[in-house]
Structure formats: structure tokens, C-alpha cells
Unconditional design. Structure first.
Length: 110
């Protein structure tokens, strides 16, 4: 059973639009737990196999690096998923990160 915090993370991640990404820290700040970016990462790691699935590939580190890519089974799966949404990746980092960044603190009026 996942914690309430994990469930809240999954709720936010499920709202990230196609072709956009956010960071572990942005999710943590949105949930009022600014120092919990690492825990958001743990939630993403535990998200694989959830039904319905959440778009965990849309969560990256604060500078746009695909830091969670090793949790996707295939080494390039996270990159493939992001590229299928029109996001360019170079050396495991999102190009034009600011253009694709989705900040739940600005985008959600919950």
C-alpha cells in the first residue's frame, strides 16, 4: 500500500500534459513538502506497474536530466517515451527544458 504522500504525487504526475515535463522538486513544492524531492523520486520508482499507469517519464531532475531513466527497464525507454511526445533529448538531458517545463504551482488551481 502506498502512502498518502505517494498517492498525492501520483495525482499531480497524472496531470502533467503530453509533451511537458516537471521536476521532483516542483512536485514536492506543490505538495507543501519542498525538501521532499527525493521522496518524490522514490514515489516515481514505486510507480511502475500502477493501474492506471502514470506518466512517470515526464518527471526529471531540476535541470532536465533523465535521472530516473535506469528505473524504466530498457536503458533508453524514458528517452523514447519523451521523444514520442516531441521532446528532444541530448546526452540524457532535455533540450530547451524551460520550454517544456510544467510547474504545478503555476498550472494547477486546485
Amino acid at each position: 500500500m502506498h502512502s498518502d504522500f505517494f498517492r498525492n504525487v501520483y495525482e499531480v504526475v497524472s496531470l502533467i500534459p503530453f509533451g511537458r515535463v516537471t521536476s521532483y522538486g516542483a512536485i514536492a513544492r506543490y505538495l507543501g513538502a519542498a525538501k521532499s524531492a527525493r521522496t518524490v523520486g522514490y514515489a516515481m520508482n514505486a510507480a511502475h506497474g500502477l493501474i492506471p499507469p502514470i506518466p512517470a517519464h515526464r518527471v526529471v531532475n531540476r535541470i532536465g536530466v533523465l535521472s530516473g531513466k535506469h528505473h524504466f527497464g530498457e536503458p533508453n525507454q524514458m528517452q523514447i517515451l519523451l521523444e514520442s511526445e516531441g521532446i528532444e533529448i541530448e546526452n540524457d538531458q532535455i533540450k530547451n527544458f524551460e520550454k517544456h517545463f510544467w510547474d504545478p504551482n503555476q498550472e494547477l488551481n486546485l
